[in-house]
Design a protein around this ligand. Structure first.
Ligand code: NAD
Length: 298
């Protein structure tokens, strides 16, 4: 299958690579020369622009940071045409970025007017899941469009859920990430408390992992450096899922909660804590670095 892939960052890079390894003919693009270089080194064809990836593409996949990037890509701006004006009718668009559900619906509606099917398919599983091809996809859109996308999604993920109509994938994703943001802070507090009492963090983490406090952070993403060799914490909090991306997702969750008058007190507090962490200069570090807020300095 000919696939256009736009956005080759921490997630999009390894996702595109898995499609390439599975034998799909990729044409990829990212605004970052460095990101393009990493994929080119693996034999992936790099296009000169996002529009240039479209030539002959049956499927277009985007993996961008936030709503404004997705709007700018598909709708254009300042006299620049958007991708939706150039995509051949009949093409399937899979947007895997985590963005506002309202933006996903807007892109899907605009696509439908041009005969282009659009599904929102945000992911969970972190960069480890992207590399291993074991991501969870949460899909919003028509069931028939998900079935068209399934063979492609299966090359990048292990779990594929149909959450509902356009935008529903995004809503499921922000519910999940609100929980993730909260549990990472809770896990950090518990580890910091144990360490302040002289406990070995590896032993404490293992005790909690196998006890009623067990969770994804303790399983795969320990926030304390040195506990888990492959976690971002042990790599200077580089790569992984940026604090500013978590802050974006918690903001989306709060906006959504306000719109449906839901009570999300811990989600609100978590957003403020990640905002403070970002303001302290840690926005580009992996979100598990939030442990710095509760750790003894030095
Ligand atoms: P990233 O910042 O590493 O990568 C985003 C890439 O998009 C960058 O390389 C950037 O240059 C590129 N880009 C931005 N605008 C562009 C445009 N107009 N055209 C082409 N390229 C453009 O981000 P990421 O960690 O890969 O995350 C991508 C999305 O996935 C975000 O919405 C994030 O919330 C979500 N997500 C991330 C993780 C994670 O663990 N990193 C996990 C699940 C979901």
């Amino acid at each position: 299958m000919k696939i256009a892939f736009i956005g080759l960052g921490n997630m999009g890079g390894p996702m595109a690579l898995n499609l390439h390894k599975a034998g799909h003919a990729l044409s990829a693009f990212d605004l970052s020369v460095e990101a393009c270089g990493r994929l080119a080194a693996e034999g992936v064809a790099i296009a000169a622009s996002a529009a240039d990836t479209l030539d002959g593409a049956e499927v277009v996949i985007s993996m961008l940071p936030a709503s404004q990037h997705v709007e700018s890509l598909f709708f254009g701006g300042e006299g620049r045409p958007g991708l939706l004006d150039r995509i051949t009718p009949g093409t399937l668009v899979i947007d895997s970025s985590t963005i506002a559900a309202a933006t996903s619906r807007k892109v899907a509606q605009a696509g439908a007017k041009r005969g282009v099917a659009v599904i929102d398919a945000p992911v969970s599983g972190g960069t480890g899941g992207a590399i291993a091809g074991t991501l969870t996809f949460m899909v919003g859109g028509a069931a028939a469009d998900l079935e068209r996308a399934r063979p492609v999604l299966e090359k990048m993920g292990a779990n594929i859920f149909h959450a509902g109509e356009a935008g529903a994938g995004q809503t499921a994703k922000i519910c999940n990430n609100m929980l993730l943001g909260i549990l990472m802070i809770g896990t950090s507090e518990a580890i910091a408390l144990g360490v302040a009492n002289g406990l070995d963090p590896k032993v404490l983490s293992e005790i909690m992992r196998r006890s009623s406090g067990g969770n994804w952070a303790l399983e795969k993403y320990n926030p304390l450096p040195g506990v888990m060799e492959n976690a971002p914490a042990s790599k200077g909090y580089a790569g992984g899922f940026g604090t500013d991306l978590m802050l974006k997702d918690l903001g989306l969750a709060q906006e959504n909660a306000a719109s449906v008058r839901a009570a999300t007190p811990l989600g609100g507090l978590a957003r403020s804590l990640y905002a403070a962490h970002s303001l302290a200069g840690h926005g580009a570090l992996d979100f598990s670095s939030v442990i710095k807020l509760v750790q003894k300095a030095g």
